[in-house]
Design a protein around this ligand. Structure first.
Ligand SMILES: *[C@@H]1O[C@H](CO)[C@@H](O)[C@H](O)[C@H]1NC(C)=O
Ligand SMILES: *[C@@H]1O[C@H](CO)[C@@H](O)[C@H](O)[C@H]1NC(C)=O
Ligand SMILES: *[C@@H]1O[C@H](CO)[C@@H](O)[C@H](O)[C@H]1NC(C)=O
Ligand SMILES: *[C@@H]1O[C@H](CO)[C@@H](O)[C@H](O)[C@H]1NC(C)=O
Ligand SMILES: *[C@@H]1O[C@H](CO)[C@@H](O)[C@H](O)[C@H]1NC(C)=O
Ligand SMILES: *[C@@H]1O[C@H](CO)[C@@H](O)[C@H](O)[C@H]1NC(C)=O
Ligand SMILES: *[C@@H]1O[C@H](CO)[C@@H](O)[C@H](O)[C@H]1NC(C)=O
Ligand SMILES: *[C@@H]1O[C@H](CO)[C@@H](O)[C@H](O)[C@H]1NC(C)=O
Ligand SMILES: *[C@@H]1O[C@H](CO)[C@@H](O)[C@H](O)[C@H]1NC(C)=O
Ligand SMILES: *[C@@H]1O[C@H](CO)[C@@H](O)[C@H](O)[C@H]1NC(C)=O
Ligand SMILES: *[C@@H]1O[C@H](CO)[C@@H](O)[C@H](O)[C@H]1NC(C)=O
Ligand SMILES: *[C@@H]1O[C@H](CO)[C@@H](O)[C@H](O)[C@H]1NC(C)=O
Length: 417
């Protein structure tokens, strides 16, 4: 199975190189102005059930694919800009975008495929139209720049994978053509692979920061609901403690890596009793937090943490998750705060260190933190100065009393002489 996958990817890479997989251009317009333009090659790896086993097929996005103008939108009606490309009966690829004013990103990636299409899915034992969605794939760029990623990059979407290459796209476009300034993806910047195919342009994103040792910078993150109102707030410095097999050292190493807030975008969702915060740093790190509210007791806690990391020195992408955690406990209507460093153990191979943390995953009403419940460590640390102060005061008192007694004694002594 693994071999099959590897072979298939090899074939795709090879076809891409040969130019057999053509880049397709899509444009979403409103009136005469273009709001999304995308040139890309894509291929999909989809596993489906046959009557007695499963099959995996590789499907390339054909150059006959077109924009579904009915479902695509510029988002002027308050929704998010959405590009939906159709290829064949009931197969679609959807890219939905979001922005915070200075950056834009692909908010979700949707793949829909029609198992009754026997030319692609022979012997499928179902005729369903399957829709899979992946939130926060980590494709983002500065506004008024074109996102460029020539190198093939693979994203997992449900049980399928989508591989993009030769990608050049822009949403929230200021004009009708792709902006000349480009935001280049990590893979292109790092790589010796696939040089840009058009004239070189200035890149705007910062080069990957070297891992700073020491305390991580504190980031400010938030999640908005479909209304556009802030529903989750978080402020924290984050440090990963990960064990993985190092390429350069050919052995398992334990590495401390800080999350860089500048290079991180936040996304997520808020439901009545579940809230998630997803932090994506470039395409190499994705960290998600799940908070759970018990509406009976009005208490919430951090119940899940998941990390996906694909760092340059890793021999294989790292992933770890735990959905039965019980950290950061607080009460609905309050925020949770911990200035002291905390270590949240997720798996034996991964723990997360938090610094100067404050979160509120539920009951955010004013885009500001409600009164905080502080962690025990902060309370203990606040006690230390009090104890030290009390001890000092006690000492001064003892010295004073001793001095006074001493003085009285010597006084008395003089009088008797
Ligand atoms: C679109 O462009 C055409 C010709 O360039 C012009 O006649 C038409 O008024 C424009 N429509 C809008 C909505 O701007
Ligand atoms: C295959 O069938 C099993 C059992 O019905 C189901 O759980 C699984 O999701 C199916 N897989 C796919 C790819 O549809
Ligand atoms: C499914 O199983 C039947 C009998 O068990 C066999 O004859 C048939 O070849 C199998 N089909 C596939 C696609 O493996
Ligand atoms: C399809 O096949 C899977 C096993 O390969 C089986 O579990 C599932 O029930 C089948 N679905 C239908 C609709 O026959
Ligand atoms: C993905 O984005 C589209 C367009 O914004 C939206 O309609 C859809 O609900 C989103 N899906 C998920 C799971 O967020
Ligand atoms: C799925 O494919 C079948 C056969 O090709 C077609 O009749 C059907 O309309 C398709 N479904 C959708 C939603 O397009
Ligand atoms: C993007 O370009 C438009 C039009 O040129 C301009 O109005 C807008 O301020 C620019 N936005 C940013 C964030 O630079
Ligand atoms: C939208 O906002 C209103 C109040 O501003 C709130 O009552 C409602 O629950 C929000 N809807 C969603 C989906 O969050
Ligand atoms: C890595 O180490 C193992 C044994 O520890 C050795 O067999 C292997 O050849 C080494 N690989 C490289 C690339 O050095
Ligand atoms: C992060 O942002 C701060 C202030 O906005 C800036 O001084 C710093 O250079 C930025 N760092 C990186 C790596 O972009
Ligand atoms: C948008 O998000 C980035 C990364 O989180 C941040 O640096 C930037 O300040 C944000 N811009 C606005 C206008 O909020
Ligand atoms: C919610 O809290 C109540 C009271 O503390 C407890 O009995 C109940 O088991 C909790 N529910 C869940 C799903 O944890």
């Amino acid at each position: 199975m693994k071999l099959c996958h590897a072979l298939a990817s090899l074939i795709i890479a090879w076809l891409t190189v040969l130019g057999c997989i053509e880049a397709v251009t899509f444009e979403v317009k409103e009136g005469n102005s273009t709001c999304i333009k995308a040139e890309l090659s894509a291929s999909f790896s989809i596993t489906y059930n046959t009557s007695n086993s499963t099959s995996t097929v590789q499907v390339a996005l054909p150059d006959s694919a077109t924009v579904d103008t009915g479902r695509s939108s510029c988002g002027t009606d308050g929704g998010s800009p959405w590009l939906v490309a159709v290829f064949g009966p009931g197969h679609t690829l959807g890219l939905s975008f979001s922005t915070n004013g200075s950056l834009y990103s692909i908010a979700n990636l949707t793949l829909q495929y029609n198992l009754s299409d026997a030319s692609i899915f022979p012997e499928a034992n179902s005729s369903d139209v399957v829709t899979v969605v992946s939130a926060s794939v980590g494709i983002w760029a500065s506004i008024n720049t074109t996102y460029r990623c020539v190198s093939p990059t693979t994203y997992r979407v449900g049980g399928a994978t989508v591989t993009f290459s030769d990608m050049r796209l822009e949403a929230y476009m200021p004009g009708n053509d792709l902006s000349p300034t480009e935001s280049v993806c990590m893979a292109d910047r790092a790589g010796t692979t696939a040089p840009p195919t058009t004239a070189a342009s200035t890149t705007t994103t910062a080069p990957p920061a070297p891992t700073p040792p020491g305390t991580p910078e504190r980031g400010d993150y938030s999640v908005k609901n479909s209304n556009g109102t802030v529903c989750l707030l978080a402020q924290m410095g984050l440090q990963f403690n990960v064990s993985y097999v190092s390429k350069s050292q050919n052995k398992t190493v334990q590495d401390l890596v800080n999350l860089t807030p500048n290079l991180t975008i936040s996304s997520g969702s808020c439901e009545a009793s579940r809230a998630t915060l997803v932090l994506t740093q470039e395409q190499t790190t994705r960290l998600s937090f799940t908070f759970t509210l018990n509406s009976t007791s009005s208490k919430y806690h951090l119940s899940g943490i998941a990390l996906f990391a694909n760092w340059s020195d890793m021999t294989a992408p790292f992933s770890a998750s735990n959905t039965s955690l019980n950290y950061l406990r607080s009460t609905l209507g309050r925020s949770y705060m911990c200035n002291a460093e905390q270590t949240l153990v997720v798996e034996p191979t991964f723990s997360l260190n938090t610094f100067r943390l404050q979160v509120q995953p539920f009951g955010v009403t004013t885009s500001q933190f409600a009164t905080a419940e502080e962690c025990q460590m902060d309370q203990d640390q606040m006690l230390i100065p009090i104890i030290v102060g009390a001890a000092l005061a006690g000492l001064v008192l003892i010295v004073l009393i001793a001095y006074l007694i001493g003085r009285k004694r010597s006084h008395a002594g003089y009088q008797t002489i």
